[in-house]
Write a protein that binds this ligand. Structure first.
Ligand SMILES: [Zn+2]
Length: 248
């Protein structure tokens, strides 16, 4: 006797579960890469913001330094004018203007010092952000390596499983295969569930996938015909394994 449709589906199910396990493990590794990439991107953004602030502050500092220089030049001119003043009134006027200029220059110098301090802080934090970014890039690389190694380890097994799945699928009618695939996709590869007998001496059964009762009508159909029967609750294709069900 050849393989029945339900046996073929059951075999396909075993293959699908192994494939789903491999996919699941890959998925965990992919998520690790993604989360590390997000952290790396945040560090990169922080670095870019720092660099932009640093350029802005540096430009302000340059223009303030020019301002200080031109005010010093102007103070020097006032000083020379003071020596040439002809009247007391003229002298007092020049002195007053020179003092205003000196007060302004002092304010700007204070601002220059503040900017210099801020620039130093930004430089320190930029250095740290560069270091963070470098470390996080290494973390991303390490996570990518884990996935590469995993793929390499499971490559042969995966190819074999895919070949098995293809040959197994050939024995199954396209519409049945399509619904199997649809259910498998929505239930992480678990398209089938075995039927469990609840009590040794009573005809009460349940679906091992969702633990809901299965009618005797469906169980009888499974026992007598090689046809697809789905669980009315979870939709899994039911598999009746007489060697395990009837042992209970
Ligand atoms: Zn079910």
């Amino acid at each position: 006797m050849g393989e029945t449709l339900l046996d073929a589906l059951h075999r396909l199910q075993e293959i699908e579960l192994k494939l789903a396990e491999i996919r699941g493990k890959r998925e965990v590794k992919i998520r690790l890469i993604e989360s590390r990439k997000r952290k790396e991107k945040q560090a990169e953004e922080k670095l870019l913001t720092n660099e932009r602030l640093l350029r802005e502050r540096q430009m302000r500092l340059d223009s303030l330094s020019l301002d200080v220089a031109s005010r010093e030049e102007s103070i020097q001119k006032h000083r020379e004018a003071l020596n040439k003043a002809k009247t007391n009134k003229e002298y007092a006027g020049i002195l007053a203007a020179m003092n205003t200029e000196k007060a302004d220059a002092a304010k700007i110098e204070t601002a220059v010092l503040e900017f210099m301090e801020e620039i130093q802080t930004l430089k320190d934090s930029t250095g740290k952000a560069e270091e963070d970014k470098r470390k996080l890039a290494e973390d991303v690389r390490a996570a990518e390596k884990l996935l590469e190694e995993y793929d390499l380890q499971r490559r042969e097994e995966l190819a074999n499983l895919q070949a098995d799945r293809d040959s197994c699928a050939e024995a199954i009618p396209p519409t049945t295969l399509a619904s199997f695939t649809r259910i498998a996709q929505s239930l992480e590869g678990e398209a089938m569930a075995t039927v469990i007998k609840l009590y040794p001496k009573r005809d009460e059964y349940m679906c091992a996938g969702c633990n809901m009762t299965i009618s005797l009508e469906i169980v009888n159909a499974l026992r007598s015909r090689d046809e697809v029967q789905q669980c009315g609750n979870c939709g899994r294709i039911l598999f009746y394994d007489s060697s395990t069900v009837e042992r209970k």
